[in-house]
Design a protein around this ligand. Structure first.
Ligand SMILES: [Zn+2]
Length: 133
């Protein structure tokens, strides 16, 4: 199944090949980060010398319009548009390095939950609330 990811603001395709490419920032460092397009596959690529410190909070930005991709509904998650078989939905993924939680959502439902850490989020009033703390 082919998933195409787009910026929710400028609609640019952010997965031109077999990776999703975003600008990532953590601890003052700003780098390109590539993700596997299959929801639930947590392989990630960063430039040589960049360390993904477990538990570090990252910010991700559209490489074209620079929009902060943080979800307006949950500060711990980033939001991208994902189009699968011509069907647009939203893909939400954790901003915390090492936390494996991804959600595919429509305006009315959470369709899929992926990753062993998805249980850290509970659905409340159609929003995903973080329950770790
Ligand atoms: Zn954009």
């Amino acid at each position: 199944m082919i998933h195409v990811y787009a910026c929710p603001k400028c609609q640019s395709i952010l997965s031109p090949g077999e990776r999703i490419v975003l600008v990532g920032s953590s601890g003052g460092e700003r780098v390109l980060v590539a993700f596997h397009p299959q929801p639930g596959n947590y392989e990630v690529w960063v430039p040589p010398g960049v360390e993904l410190k477990q538990g570090a909070l990252w910010s991700f930005f559209c490489p074209l319009c620079c929009t902060d991709l943080r979800s307006p509904d949950n500060d711990k998650l980033c939001a991208l548009e994902v189009i699968t078989n011509d069907r647009p939905r939203q893909a939400l993924f954790s901003r915390i390095a090492g936390e494996q939680a991804t959600f595919i959502v429509t305006p009315t439902a959470i369709e899929h939950r992926h990753g062993p850490d998805a249980d850290l989020y509970v659905e409340q009033e159609m929003q995903l609330k973080y329950i770790r703390y």
